[in-house]
Design a protein around this ligand. Sequence first.
Ligand code: DC
Length: 227
Amino acid sequence: MSFRRRPIIAFDGPAGAGKSTVARQVAVELGYRYLDTGAMYRALALAALHSGVDLRDEQEVLTLLKTLVIDVTGDPAALTRVFVGGEEVTDLLRTPEVNASVSLVAEFLSVRDEMVQRQREIVREGGVVVDGRDVGTVIVPEAEVKFFLTASLTARAQRRQRDLARIGYHVDLTGLAEDISRRDNLDSTRVYAPLRQAADAVLIDTSNQDVEDVVAEVIAHCREHVR
Ligand code: DC
């Protein structure tokens, strides 16, 4: 008897396009698990900052990663809780310090290979919504449904400003837009697994859309294409 795994739904796109908010709600509505792959890179960047590892030294960063058990628990209704070595780091993952460092560690091929291996293991059984930069292109090119979410730089900076305010950081919009633009540039020009839309991904511009409308569009598309 052959085993047919449950479907995988992929979300890729730049920072602040609304991927994690939309992906989580879609997972809740479909009763799927949710994997936030960015949280894994953030956990690594945080651990590197804490342990004084040189963020520009690939070997040091990889050696650190090999020692880390990164547990991303998949309750889609809540912000992904992340544990590194049993200690919860969820609230430390979205600080300006981690924002500024994460692209550096995400750039290394050996680090990406290790992360992709772990991510494939997590999604293997299917029934999961996955969000990141290389989900539909590298992690699971065979995903049944793929979305590429994007939004204007201003809309994305405003969202990040609201997210940061929620955790107590009040940051100037211009600086944030510059930071996001810099990260976009790093994410899309890096040599390995740069951010790009998979040929078979559905493009959604979320600049002027409510989350509910985007979720409804995504769910309608999934119901049509997943069986
Ligand atoms: O989605 P996010 O902002 O939490 O992602 C954090 C960083 O990790 C971002 O700079 C890009 C990187 N990332 C990546 O390279 N590949 C992924 N699959 C997910 C995130």
